[in-house]
Design a protein around this ligand. Sequence first.
Ligand code: UDP
Length: 231
Amino acid sequence: MYKKRFDNRKFDESRPIEATISVVENATGSAHFSLGNTKVIAAIEGPKTLHPRRIQDPERGLVRCTYDMMSFSVDDRKRPGPSRREIEIGLVMKNALQPFVLIKEFPKTVVDVYTEVYQADAGTRCASICAASLALADAGVPMRDLVASVSVGKVGDKIVLDLTKKEEDYEEGATDIPISMSGRTKEISHLQLDGCITLDEFKKALDVGEKGCQEIYELQKKVLKEKYGGV
Ligand code: UDP
């Protein structure tokens, strides 16, 4: 039984969410995004001509995502450089974001999305997707929607929103379901499931995840509106 969350949050409450845009001067667009102690910077370069030329698509552009977690971001120092996990998360990010980017508007080019996790307490892929979506908007990359992402899961017998590392590691290990969803149209572009869950619990988790994504989407809109006006 998981009676009370370690940090006293309600079961369907996310950690404090903060978002800022235009934080990296030399990038085309950028954002800082945090979910509690999970903190990420995203920076965009491009659209720029894709090299080598033989991989250019005359019909559409490409979104390329690079995810990195700094060595000091976790308690057990992480080995620097891209591991299999980091390459996989880069692909997960691309799959979550690219469906909402109007890539036909910039053929033969690439938009590079870099995310750097400098403090990690679970949910780093979700925070990276939220930061990247904001950074793409800040860069003026044409998109049909923003993407919000959060993890939902089952800790003990409870469905919970936005798991911390301590919750992920609870007892035999929690069920972790990172979800990415477009803010306006509520299309799910990414869902992973690590663990076991019944169908009814899964449906409940999706509802809680949607609520979490909507909360993030409202904040994303707010910070963009503050700088650029209507979104
Ligand atoms: N983590 C770690 N060392 C690593 C990789 C991950 O301590 O080399 C921690 C970190 O807090 C991370 C969490 O484990 O946020 C969960 O990692 P996972 O691969 O499930 O991805 P995430 O939940 O961060 O998207």
